[in-house]
Design a protein around this ligand. Structure first.
Ligand code: KG4
Ligand code: ZN
Length: 351
């Protein structure tokens, strides 16, 4: 029998929590534009429901106010479907893990408030999860190959590009990161320049498969293990302007080669820094996570590294999902590290 407080230190209501043998954890993710819920039973994902908001497509990027409103509409049906798909009654849930940050504050607040109310009404503990940690920790879902510690993590998403030295579930050190845009953002912004809807990353990936990487975009010269993508973006813009002066249909006529060249350059930048990180740390165990870890080019480049031990997540665990929140939450559940009802959503949250 263990005692845990779901309230802040200035409040005095404690509840008794008995750690279960086969715990059922409900995960909730709402940091950006995906409303997601998942059920984890004894370390295995039983359901992983994601409602991706379509409303942002017409604006070419996520509109925070619209994202928060869409989360409000989606959260109850998504959680309900996650429980039904897993064949779990809400009374069987032993803990609620949710994304505390980082992310858009309005979006985070919806998941945050829902998770607190749900946990309070069921009298079960809350677990606060760092979204970026979760992108790496999802590799510990029990049905897939799990890495051992330490390993090098590469988190590549729409908001982050980080090289992380992961020594344990709660010991992560950022050893390199982007100085400007995230790599997913670079995919999306360049995609917008060539007329693709948001998010352009998956479309660039798709069209790249029919094209040739025959346009030599420059790669940035950034010191050590950091990344930069803004110069690359500008070089694509100048290239398009110049070519469109010669051929007004340049983009339509060269879409696939443009996509292949963009993807080739971005993946090369990532691979070059990964190689540097491996040489610097001597760690050859690589774990990737985040939306861009779905990219075919990145997966192929990594699979060619025969002397590395590479962990690539199943596609369902790449873009934002709640399975990763539940898996990351499970580590905290096992350590009895529970959250507080008065904890504020954190738009910025270090690893
Ligand atoms: O992790 P995620 O779902 O959300 C954030 O935390 O940002 O990542 C979304 C990003 C978007 O920029 C999207 O374009 C990119 O991941 N993405 C891809 C692919 N699938 C998603 N980028 C390149 N290739 C893909 N297949
Ligand atoms: Zn993410």
């Amino acid at each position: 029998m263990r005692y845990a407080s779901v309230f802040g230190s200035n409040q005095c209501v404690n509840f008794v929590h008995q750690t279960r043998i086969m715990p059922v954890i409900l995960g909730i993710e709402s940091s950006c534009d995906d409303t997601a819920a998942a059920v984890l039973v004894d370390g295995h994902i039983k359901s992983n429901i994601i409602s991706s908001q379509k409303v942002h497509k017409q604006y070419g990027g996520v509109v925070p106010e619209l994202a928060a409103r869409a989360h409000l509409q989606n959260i109850i049906p998504v959680v309900d479907l996650a429980l039904r798909t897993a064949n779990i009654d809400k009374k069987e849930v032993n803990a609620v893990a949710y994304t505390l940050g980082p992310g858009l504050v309005g979006s985070l607040l919806v998941g945050n408030s829902f998770a607190k109310s749900f946990a309070l009404s069921l009298d079960v503990p809350l677990i606060e999860v760092n979204h970026m940690q979760a992108h790496l920790l999802v590799h510990f879902e029990k049905s897939i190959p799990n890495p051992s510690f330490p390993f090098l993590g590469l988190t590549v998403s729409g908001g982050h590009t980080q090289l992380v030295l992961v020594s344990s579930p709660n010991q992560m050190e950022v050893i390199g990161q982007t100085l400007d845009d995230a790599v997913g953002e670079a995919f999306d912004k360049v995609g917008k320049m060539i007329g693709l809807p948001y998010p352009a990353g998956p479309l660039i990936d798709k069209y790249a498969q029919n094209g040739k990487a025959n346009i030599p975009f420059p790669t940035p010269r950034v010191s050590a293990l950091d990344f930069s993508f803004s110069g690359f973006k500008t070089s694509v813009l100048y290239h398009l302007r110049k070519q469109q002066q010669l051929d007004e249909h340049y983009i339509q006529n060269h879409r696939d080669d443009l996509c292949a060249s963009v993807q080739h350059t971005l993946i090369n930048i990532l691979m070059e820094k990964l190689e540097k990180a491996v040489n610097k740390t001597g760690i050859k165990k690589i774990v990737i996570g985040g939306g861009v870890s779905a990219n075919t080019g990145l997966r192929q480049a990594l699979s060619k590294k025969m002397d590395w031990n590479v962990f690539i997540p199943p596609l369902a665990f790449t873009t934002d999902n709640a399975a990763m929140i539940a898996v990351a939450g499970y580590f905290k559940y096992q350590n009895n590290t529970f959250g507080a009802l008065d904890r504020q959503a954190q738009s910025r949250m270090p690893l």
